[in-house]
Design a protein around this ligand. Structure first.
Ligand SMILES: [Zn+2]
Length: 370
């Protein structure tokens, strides 16, 4: 991956990155999540033009359904998603380690009962790289051990050591020259472990680095400490990826600490649950106060929902469980995220990033979702 630094504002930075496959990422970059090969409720052709550079899909979900043979037979993940931009696939580690009680980890890999039919599935560092190469991913993630927090020092140390051994095997398993592979730094909130994990992972020479093991139920302040304990040990000329973070205030805070790349189900999942993202913070469309409201959800938003539907009408569609609601609300939240990331990139370049960061944090703190 080639990196061209465009501008910086203290630790925040805006970059233009080219994947080995020749696709461009403008950072800070947010990747909408197409878990099992589809964005829920919208087509990729519905997205605003040139607003997103990256989509994320989940290796674990794709292996179970539709399965590697189907993905290969149908022309690969870009065809399945109908998407010409870059695709990042995660390693499945996070999903597997969330299924506590149904998995066993050994030095070679992890075995677990899947959540669909209870069948036994085994993943190793090598099988996960192989699957992502066969999907046609632009960016692959290594299989890591992501412990549930809070964890003991011994558990965190074991996760760091096993993740490092697996990262080494993942690097050796690569066969495709045109796929970037990112390493993942673990270590919880333990500064010394984070540093050791970061330095040793960087030594293996990956194309980018994820700050792993965060966004697993900790407070925002703890998450920021985890970022601060990691970023100083990552190289300037590689992307830094904070997995599973999508709240607008968390994003601007992480950008201010040097993070480049984000993914999260939050915008799309929140949309389906009636929680809309706006320049004024969260807007809960189910509230009675919007019943007769003829205003758009966000007057500055140019999405199909805001330009053609009122809050009152969207509330009616939500309350009636109309399928159109899910489509419109998802489009709105994705439009908001596209605008937010564009505004962040512009603000870093023009000197207004601190003001934007303060405004986003204030609005979202004032309107915590209920
Ligand atoms: Zn909108």
């Amino acid at each position: 991956m080639n990196i061209e630094v465009q501008d910086t504002a203290a630790a925040a930075r805006t970059l233009r990155a080219s994947t080995r496959s020749g696709r461009t990422l403008r950072t800070p970059c947010f990747a909408p999540v197409a878990t099992g090969g589809a964005l829920k409720g919208v087509l990729t052709t519905d997205l605003p033009d040139h607003a997103f550079d990256l989509l994320l899909s989940n290796t674990y979900h794709l292996l179970l359904r539709p399965g590697l043979d189907v993905i290969e037979s149908l022309g690969g993940l870009h065809r399945i998603l109908d998407w010409d931009g870059a695709i990042l696939t995660d390693s499945g580690g996070f999903q597997v380690f969330s299924l506590s009680g149904t998995r066993t980890i050994d030095n070679e890999g992890v075995s677990f009962r899947n959540h669909i039919d209870g069948g036994l599935l085994r993943m190793t560092p090598e099988s996960v790289i192989d699957a992502q190469e066969r999907f046609g991913s632009d960016i692959a993630m290594v299989l890591d051990v992501c412990p549930a927090l809070p964890a003991t020092k011994a558990e965190l140390t074991h996760a760091v050591d096993t993740s490092l051994a697996w990262a080494r095997r993942s690097a050796a398993a690569r066969t495709r020259e045109d796929m970037d592979v990112f390493g993942i730094v673990q270590g919880g909130f333990d500064t010394e472990l984070r540093q050791r994990s970061a330095l040793a992972t960087v030594e293996l020479g990956f194309d980018g680095y994820a700050i792993g093991g965060l966004s697993v139920g900790e407070t925002a302040a703890e998450m920021y400490l985890g970022i601060e304990a990691t970023v100083p040990f990552l190289p300037e000329d590689r992307l830094r990826y904070l997995m599973g973070v999508g709240r607008p205030d968390n994003i601007v805070e992480a950008v201010s600490r040097g993070v480049d790349l984000f993914d999260c189900v939050l915008p799309t999942r929140n949309a389906r649950n009636g929680k809309l993202l706006t320049r004024a913070g969260f807007l809960n469309i189910k509230r009675a106060e919007y019943r007769l409201d003829d205003q758009p959800v966000d007057a500055e938003c140019t999405c199909p929902a805001c330009t053609r539907y009122s809050r009152g009408l969207l509330r009616h569609l939500y309350k009636s469980r109309e399928l159109n609601y899910y489509h419109l609300a998802t489009l709105h939240n994705l439009w908001y995220m596209a605008d937010l990331m564009r505004d962040i990139r512009a603000a870093i370049s023009t000197g207004g990033f601190d003001d934007l960061r303060a405004e986003v944090c204030r609005r979202y703190a004032e309107t915590e979702p209920v």
